[in-house]
Design a protein around this ligand. Sequence first.
Ligand code: NOJ
Length: 787
Amino acid sequence: MTKPFPNMKTLVNLRTRTFVALILLALICSSLICVSAQQKEKSTQTKQEVKPGAADQQARRRADALLAQMTLEEKLGQLNQLFFFSFQKEESMNAGIRKGEIGSLLFVTDPAIINRFQKIAVTESRLKIPLIFGFDVIHGFHTIFPVPIGMAASWDPKMVEGAQTVAAREARAVGINWTFAPMVDIARDPRWGRIVEGAGEDPYLGAAMSRAQVRGFQGDRIGSPEHLLACVKHFAGYGAAEGGRDYDAANISDAQLWNVYLPPFKAAVDAGVGSVMSAYMDLNDVPATGNRWLLRDVLRKEWKFGGFVVSDANAVSDLQTHGYARDGQDAAVKALTAGVNMEMSFSAAVYLKNLANAVKQKQVSIKDIDDMVRPLLETKIKLGLFENPYVDEAKVESTFDNPEHREAAKTAAERSAVLLKNQNNLLPLNKTAYKKIAVIGPLGDSRQNMLGSWTFAMDINRTSTILAGLKTKLGTGTEVEFAPGVQIDRFSNPSIFDMMLKEKHPPAWTEVQAADEFKKAVDLAKDSDIAVMVLGENQDMSGENASRSTIDLPGRQLELLQAVTAAGKPVVLVLMNGRPLDITWAAQNVPSILEAWYPGSEAGNAVADLLFGDAVPGGKLPFTWVKNAGQSPFYHSHNLTQNPGEQEKRYWNEKAVPLYPFGYGLSYTSFAFSNLKVSQPEIKIGETVEVTVDVKNTGTRAGDEVVQLYIHQQAGGASRPIRELKGFERVALAAGEIKTVRFKLRPNELRYWNAAARDWVQEAETFDVWVGNDSSASLHSTFRVTP
Ligand code: NOJ
């Protein structure tokens, strides 16, 4: 939402809170429309026949039998999804549910309310079709896991799958059936706030995280007990918003779309994702929510997707905003015929209000409507909602209280952390070496800010902050004192989610207070043996509607860091953020930097274990860490062009190199790679080549290394990226241990979408292979593909 903000102050001043809330929430998702390309796609290599199994066939029969009994109005009701917020009155929904005008509600998290709504649907509506309840279960529900960009930094799909299994179990326990996740938008611009919600810049890592999350949410099938229906979003190209401005148009070349932006979506579809959310923005001038090519040609015809598409919130109605649709009816017709099954809206409901008329005027047929309703009914059937529409309210607390969930959240936070710098092995700290530790910075003891965006249903009181974690870890033997030093806030431009915060922003300090707090923090550092500084961004500074034009540390944080460093005590910087920040000064002047992201409910306990060596950082950056916003987009898989030896001189004012490369991250131990072998010097097109490498823990303590494989096609029908990630594995190694890691490069990894051929191609060319622990890996070999 770029438009609402100028009006924000005025809105906040309005007296009626409910009204404000409704408007603001309506704005969360109302979008700048999407428009898209009319590309044609001829891939044969991605085609796969989906043979519907017995359960699918049965669901189809039951859905068809239901469809045969439904009036047009009831059908349109199934396509209608509305928000219900806790400040709304239940009565406002009851009549609509009873009449069969609502097929789904989102944002209801109270199991008693869910049961009451469901009861009306299954006992009082004519055909007794249950509602499906959706929610943004993005990185946890009650127990909060690290934000998705953090989980991607674990390079550990198994862990991520486990995290989303827990999230699904907790959400399912309150009666939620459907999550609007995973978000798999590739993001290469740190200014874009939603970079925090995805897996970063790389399609290969993105696809791995996409698959893992779909499996975690859905289990082995749609309808697995204690699981949810997943919804991969935002289809497609949302991460390429111009200027990093959320909701703005995306212009993406054909090659980039196929090679970079679409693969994580394809991975979700191949993993059996049951639903897809159409994005807000224009894709090459056609709105994604009215984009027939995307939603029919690619998604359904090419990829054989058999589930349903839901629009992003208000995106159908918003087709008018961008001059793609003349009026509500036109918007409804365009979205429906493009392939959007369900319309998510606050109250616009343009499907419900207009499609009967459109049928009358023969703009759409009853068959068109049936085709949109059928997959929704099939999904409700597969989820078991007809047999088990209610949730057992008595089981909620025991599900939430499962200690394994906290354990999983802590492990996830530890595995997500990335050690960026560790001069003279300052970390891990020795528990007995420090009598007094200063925890300094605005994020050191702020519970809400440990959690990241999309966290509304947790128990905020069960959040361990960095201060609390360190105190618990060190007990009474060490003094741990806290001073925030500075305040950070979006002050004049608050987040659209602020009203839902469980811990409100503290009131702004006066100038005198600010000076006093700053001094207190510096004095505390002087008076302590070591300072742990916790800096970054408040959780609402990244996420939806949280784009920035710069990536510096907000507020006076850099000044504080400089003043505390000048105090002369060792400084460890713990970063909490969802995007790369300009930490160039810190990278030069602070001995140790640990990227913790927004680590979740167990933030403090995990960070304490990491700082004191009871956990060893092993995460790696899922994006290229630029020095400043002016460098972006800057990603590892760029093409090599003119004057390759002078790449660092692309800017005259500074070196055109990022601060840290993609895939980078240190450990408390060290690793060495050797013995890189390619199984054959030559393979034929269509064959697979195996690459093996030995990785050894050369240090004195156990640790994990992420072994990464990159390739480069030396020549061919298009310029190919200088390096592309095509394999990775996170390996645990005891001190001195060696393991051999194997990668397979199959035709899938060796092909690419060629824009000139408008097809996937695999070419008979020579390939470079590098293996190592980041995208600058130097261990090198080659192999040749022959016709
Ligand atoms: C808008 C966001 O873009 C989307 O990601 C989210 O799932 C919906 N609102 C529902 O909250």
